[in-house]
Structures are given as C-alpha cells and as structure tokens.
Design a protein around this ligand. Structure first.
Ligand SMILES: [Cu+2]
Length: 139
C-alpha cells in the first residue's frame, strides 16, 4: 500500500504529519491507462488526408459497367474499386484519365484516379468495347 506523507510545517521530521492512504491508486492508474487508450483511439480516428479519399465501386456484369455513370468530386483523388463479376477477364481502360488494368473473371482491382478537373471522362472495357462503356463525371 502506498502512503503520501506531507509535513504540515517546516520543523523537521518530528513535526506533525498528515498521512494520506493511496490504496485507490491502482484504480487511478487504470483510469489513466483507459484515458491513454481512448486518446490514441481518437488520434487514429482523426481523419488523415489519405483516409478522406472517396471510394466508388463499379461492377462489371454481362460486359457492362454498373453504374455506367459515376459522379466524383472534382480536384480530388478518388479510389475506384472495379469488380469483375463476369467469368471472363476484362480490361478497365480510359484514354481520358490514362488508366489500363486487366481484371480476371470474378476478381476486383483498385484504380486510383485524379485529381480531375470538372468534366466528363470516358472509360471502357477493352475486351468488350461494344457494351462496356462508362464515364466519370467530375463536378
Ligand atoms: Cu488496353
């Protein structure tokens, strides 16, 4: 058990002393630990710039994009998750924002895009360009 001894005056070690029982200290320490954990949780959940990146999911099904039009914020880097739900591979491609990525059947990939200025940016599935057509609308 811990005790804190406080001298009431400056008369030396024989002076009257107040003794405080600090049997509660472990509880205080536990609270401090909890506070520290809580504080670090706050620090982690504080949005970092990278954590704010908007995410958009585009599915490929029957050789078409779903949705075919995706609105994204202009002047902002965004993350596209492209899921190929067809059995055959597809190539997600765009000349407008200069990306090209093959996605095997049943797989998905991540494509980072931008920041793009306000405008319309086409993309297509190079293996099925007759049907797989889509566009990003940056606004
Ligand atoms: Cu290509």
């Amino acid at each position: 058990m811990l005790r804190v001894i406080i001298n009431n005056n400056a008369d030396g070690p024989t002076a009257k002393q107040d003794v405080y029982d600090l049997g509660e200290l472990p509880v205080i320490r536990n609270r401090l630990i909890l506070l520290a954990i809580f504080s670090s949780t706050l620090a982690i959940s504080t949005p970092a710039p990278a954590g704010e990146m908007p995410i958009f999911t585009i599915r490929i099904k029957d050789h078409r994009f779903h949705p075919e039009e995706v609105q994204i914020p202009a002047n902002t880097k965004v993350k596209l998750i492209v899921k190929n739900e067809d059995a055959t591979p597809e190539e997600f491609e765009s000349h407008d924002f200069n990306r090209e990525k093959i996605i095997p059947g049943g797989k998905q990939t991540v494509v980072f895009v931008g920041p793009l200025k306000v405008g319309t940016y086409k993309f297509f599935g190079e293996f099925n360009p007759d049907t797989a057509q889509g566009r990003l609308i940056a606004k």
